[in-house]
Design a protein around this ligand. Structure first.
Ligand code: GUN
Length: 292
């Protein structure tokens, strides 16, 4: 295996997914007249969130999904935010609603997420979709872990029976990631900021997923030879982005590893597009098993 072949090509994989989504968008339009529509909601002017939403819109444009941008002032009231979500819930031309996180602290993110109707919850954050994930019925699930599962499949990585270690226990990545790995019969450990002796766990990992936002938390002496690593962390410093893994040194031991940038990020966005199509198909009556 050459050094290049062990680096997971997130951009290449995203491109493949986009081609498939574009084909499906065209097919849906032809057969039903439905054009998938995504509404994004961005509250405030956090530069990173702004950039993520912009990338999501560009991806929608590339595949023929109508994307509508709702940029709200940071001072918006909670009631105004809920009213916007409720109006989008009722729209027939909007099939997915994405509320970019984090929200300003005066807004209740949990309540806002729960106001999005589950069939339009393309982020998979609504408790109904989280519950479905936990019982093994994965439809609209969080995009980052879903993209990682897709990459594991594409690269032919066996999950069943493997030791999978997830570092980070957020609702966005860590917890749903652990559930998805468990659904595929991995033996899963979840580590987090309170874990004593992190290395004891990471050393045992056949598959290591890291999503903490701590630059270069994972060093070469913390992993075993041949490990498969997904790095979902992003830290910006002086205009450069860093992952949670010390890529230069850790990559020497890994059999497969994602770079930052160009790894998990593009796969997350491509997965979001697939979720908008699933939601639009559900609306068009083509797939009724989202909610029975
Ligand atoms: N903020 C960071 N990651 C995400 C994500 O996947 N979805 C949303 N809505 N906000 C985020």
């Amino acid at each position: 295996m050459t050094d290049e072949s062990k680096i997971i090509d997130g951009r290449g994989l995203a491109k493949k997914i986009e081609e498939r989504v574009k084909y499906e968008v065209e097919g849906l339009k032809k057969s039903t007249g439905v054009v998938p529509g995504l509404a994004t909601i961005l509250v405030g002017d956090d530069p990173a969130s702004n950039m993520y939403v912009r990338l999501k819109h560009k991806a929608c444009d590339r595949v023929g999904i109508n994307a509508e941008d709702h940029k709200l002032d940071a001072s918006i009231s909670h009631q105004e935010l809920l009213a916007l979500i409720e109006s989008l819930n009722l729209r027939e031309d909007i099939h997915g609603i994405l509320l970019q996180l984090p929200l300003p602290s005066h807004l209740d993110a949990q309540e806002a997420m729960q106001t999005i109707i589950p069939t339009k919850d393309v982020d998979g954050f609504h408790p109904c979709n989280v519950g479905k994930l936990l019982i093994g019925d994965e439809q609209l699930v969080p995009c980052t872990p879903a993209g990682i599962i897709k990459a594991l499949e594409e690269y032919g990585v066996e999950i069943e029976g493997k030791n999978a270690v997830v570092v980070g226990h957020s609702n966005v990545v860590g917890k749903p990631m652990a559930a998805m790995l468990l659904n595929r019969n991995a033996t899963v450990s979840i580590c987090h900021v309170y874990t004593d002796d992190l290395k004891r766990y990471t050393k045992e990992a056949d598959i290591l997923i890291v999503a903490t936002g701590v630059k270069h938390l994972i060093k070469a002496d913390m992993v075993k030879d041949g490990v498969v690593i997904f790095d979902a962390g992003i830290t910006e410093e002086d205009g450069k982005v860093y992952g949670d893994v010390d890529f230069e040194n850790v990559s020497k031991k890994a059999s497969l590893i994602t770079p930052v940038p160009g790894g998990v990020g593009p796969m997350t966005i491509a997965t979001l597009l697939t979720h908008v199509v699933i939601a639009a198909k559900h609306f068009a009556g083509q797939r009724t098993h989202l909610y029975k």
